[in-house]
Design a protein around this ligand. Sequence first.
Ligand SMILES: [Zn+2]
Ligand SMILES: [Zn+2]
Length: 161
Amino acid sequence: MHLEGSCHCGSVRFTVESAQPYPFMRCYCSICRKTAGSGGYAINLGADAATLKVFKGKRALRIYRARVGEGEQQRPSTGHRHFCGRCGSALWLWDPTWPELLHPHASAIDTPLPRPPENVHLMLGSKAAWVEPEGQPGDARFGDYPDVSLAQWHAQRELTS
Ligand SMILES: [Zn+2]
Ligand SMILES: [Zn+2]
C-alpha cells in the first residue's frame, strides 16, 4: 500500500510503501506514549525503508534517541525516532538493527488506513496508571513484547497488501 504522510505543520511530507498498513499494534511503552500517544499508546505501521521518499522538509527532520536501561547499563536506544523539529509531530522510527524496516506512526499518515479487525496491546506493564486499554474484547494483551511481529500478524490474517 502506498502511504502518504506529513507532520502537523506541513513542513515534512513523505511517502513510503507499506506491506503492513493495518494500525493494530498499540504500544503503551513510556517512549511511545510520551512522544506520540496522549491516549496512552502509539501505533506503528510496517513499511519498506528503501521506498521512503521525504519530498519536503528534510531539513526540519530531527531524530530522538531515547535513553534506555538503568544506571551503568544506560545507553542510547538503537531506535531512531524521526520527528518534525518545527511542530514536534512524531513521524517514523528507523532502527539500524533492521535497516530494511521503517515504522511510520499511524498518526502521521494521511492516506486512509484499513480498519484493523482486532488490536494487539503491548508493553502494558509500562502503561500510565490512568489508562484503561480500550479496543475489542478478543484483543491480545501483553505486559511486554508481543508474540507476533507486525509482518506475522498481517500474514496470519492474509492482510498483507
Ligand atoms: Zn511539522
Ligand atoms: Zn513503544
